[in-house]
Design a protein around this ligand. Sequence first.
Ligand SMILES: Cc1cc2nc3c(=O)[nH]c(=O)nc-3n(C[C@H](O)[C@H](O)[C@H](O)COP(=O)(O)O)c2cc1C
Length: 207
Amino acid sequence: MTVLPGQATAVTDDTAAAPADPLELAAAWLPTAEEGPGPTMTLSTLGVDGYPSARTVLLSRFDGERLHFHTDSRSRKAAELAALPRAAVTVVWPEAARQLVVVGDVVPVTDAEARAAYAARTRYLQVLAWVNDHAAAGDTADRRRELWAAFEHDRGGADLEPPDTWAGFALTPVRMLFWRGATDAASNRLFYERRADGSWSEESWPG
Ligand SMILES: Cc1cc2nc3c(=O)[nH]c(=O)nc-3n(C[C@H](O)[C@H](O)[C@H](O)COP(=O)(O)O)c2cc1C
């Protein structure tokens, strides 16, 4: 990624010494749970045919240790994670000249965590989780609007529970790569890898 003049400014805390614990840096970069879902991130998994598989999802929450995301249990990504529970997420903040890539192991979240994440979603995303199925996908836009309106009419504006297909996952980092750009200096990256004893190795990379 190229930082264009005027597009980004160096961020002062990025000039500080690299912390020994990358989770601290992640906590400084990622929003707190109170700020609600987001930012978006590219979630990469291994396709069942061996090709990479990637799509955008919302970061539901960073709990200080793990990155949470939510999806439909019938989705391709859920099947891929069942086959191989490993993933990478890429979060980019172009205006702050930052990119974070996290690679790690994925587990399902608890029911309580999944319900809390559902409650924190907008009404639109809550309804979407109910009506976004394979059958509706091939319908016309008008028919999808009718189905949406019928769902909302049936519920009468009541608070929604998550559907059975609501599925949450948490990614525990094994590797973390923090990219920092600047308008007046070369970009660089801090690469962290978790050792077997749980501590982290740290290296500076160009690029
Ligand atoms: C901005 C944006 C945010 C999205 N957030 C989510 C999300 O949080 N969860 C999700 O399952 N899909 C989300 N999607 C849809 C996914 O990108 C994807 O199309 C869908 O989950 C199906 O992916 P799959 O077939 O690879 O499983 C989002 C799409 C966009 C464009």
